[in-house]
Design a protein around this ligand. Structure first.
Ligand code: SAH
Length: 399
């Protein structure tokens, strides 16, 4: 039997949970020290003992666990997960019906009432991400529910809960047949090579799908494009397919070279006529300034935090400077695509960095359009901070 603990909610936070807030955070609890074993069922109660909600204990950077139901009589068992997954799948029905896109998210954590757990589809394979040991303790129920509801060849998982909340190195195979990698999935008709058993990152970040599409359809034609922090070169491939005259992809990781060659080749693009550099982006900016290189479109999609030999980049502190370096190598009338998945600030704040960067470089700009998480990355109005993605298309007018 699973442990169960009654934990009192601080009076001032009671309303928040009654209104559907899903994250159980430490400051909200009167007696958080009662929680010891990951996966313990938490009965959130008022200081007078009245039921508020039921969830589980699972430590991740965001908090102590997640509320799963506001119904005192609902038990958290396989049937519970079948129910949640059924709804989640129903919501993605249009995605399943589109043969041009075979990779998308089917469960997005608290957005689907299952905080701490995400599930992505890659063709006939499914990938579960567990964000805490507590979330992982529901593995049997979740995997059984998934098996009941989808046609699948295989199921893989990522355990993202070592002491620092990072990926735990392991054999990630769970059930069904092992896949042959790369698995070639489709996104709006474009091919992607995906590896489900090679560490935390599988080759594509699905949340940028609409951004890639609009770059291809609306912005790339005739442009010289610089794609920084390019990883497998996804933005470069879409830009090239959209008619970019040339792309330069820059990433520090050695693996990015072969992976980018692979993505170009899969889509029939001659990678030798593109520029793929394994290099520190900040070093590249200096090189570009020295050589007087300018681009018609620069894509910025850095990680929230990165450390290279010479540089530490933190989206919290350094985004403005990243933009300033970018402005210097962007043509007048050029486009800057500024993206961040850092959840510590919202779109409004992100735009203040953009404004400051242009002010400090004496330039003028125009905001063209913006993106947050796509439909399949479902979020709820009760937990706005779950919508971490911020992408802004900026036109540099001059300066
Ligand atoms: N934009 C990519 C995803 C970026 S993931 C996409 O759309 O698929 C972040 C990438 O930044 C990683 O591949 C990492 O190797 C790279 N990176 C981190 N610090 C860097 C630096 N200083 N210079 C270049 N690349 C860096």
């Amino acid at each position: 039997m699973r442990n169960e603990e009654r934990v009192q909610v601080q009076p001032k936070h009671r309303k928040k949970f009654l209104n559907g807030y899903p994250l159980i955070f430490k400051e909200a609890l009167v007696n958080p020290e009662k929680l010891k074993t990951e996966g313990t069922i938490i009965q959130l109660v008022d200081t007078d003992g009245t039921f508020i909600g039921k969830g589980y204990y699972g430590r991740q950077n965001k908090g102590y666990g997640w509320v799963l139901t506001q119904d005192a009589n609902e038990s958290i068992d396989e049937g519970f997960f079948v129910n949640k997954l059924q709804r989640a799948l129903q919501y993605r029905k249009p995605f399943f019906e589109d043969p041009n896109t075979t990779a998308f998210r089917i469960v997005n954590g608290e957005g689907d009432g299952l905080g701490g757990i995400t599930i992505d589809r890659f063709n006939d394979y499914y990938l579960i991400n567990w964000y805490s040991e507590g979330a992982y303790s529901f593995k049997n129920d979740v995997v059984n529910a998934l098996k009941k509801l989808v046609d699948f060849k295989g199921i893989y998982e990522k355990k993202r809960f070592d002491s620092k909340g990072q990926y735990v190195e392991d054999d990630d195979f769970v059930a069904g047949e092992r896949g042959e990698f790369p698995l070639v999935v489709k996104e709006n008709g474009v091919d992607f090579a995906v590896y489900l058993n090679e560490g935390a990152m599988v080759g594509v970040f699905l949340d940028q799908r609409p951004v890639r599409k609009i770059i291809q359809d609306k912005y790339a034609e005739g442009k010289r494009v610089l794609n920084t922090f390019s990883y497998t070169g996804a933005f470069s491939v879409f830009a090239s397919l959209g008619g970019a005259t040339h792309t330069t992809s820059v990433d520090l990781a050695n693996r990015s070279l072969n992976k980018t060659i692979e993505q170009f080749s899969l889509n029939g693009i001659d990678y030798e006529s593109e520029n793929i550099l394994v290099m520190d982006v900040f070093k590249y900016f200096k090189y570009a300034v020295k050589k007087n290189l300018k681009f018609d479109m620069v894509i910025l999609d850095p990680p929230s935090f990165a450390r290279s030999k010479k540089h530490t980049f933190s989206a919290a502190k350094d985004y403005k400077n990243l933009l300033k370096e970018t402005i210097a190598i962007t043509e007048d009338k050029g486009i800057i695509v500024a993206s961040t998945n850092y959840s510590g600030y919202d779109m409004r704040k992100f735009k203040t960095f953009i404004d400051q960067a242009f002010k400090e470089t004496g330039g003028k700009y125009r905001l063209l359009e913006e993106f947050s998480l796509p439909e399949d990355f479902r979020t709820t109005k009760e937990f706005r901070e779950g919508d971490y993605l911020k992408v802004v298309f900026i036109e540099k007018i001059k300066g």
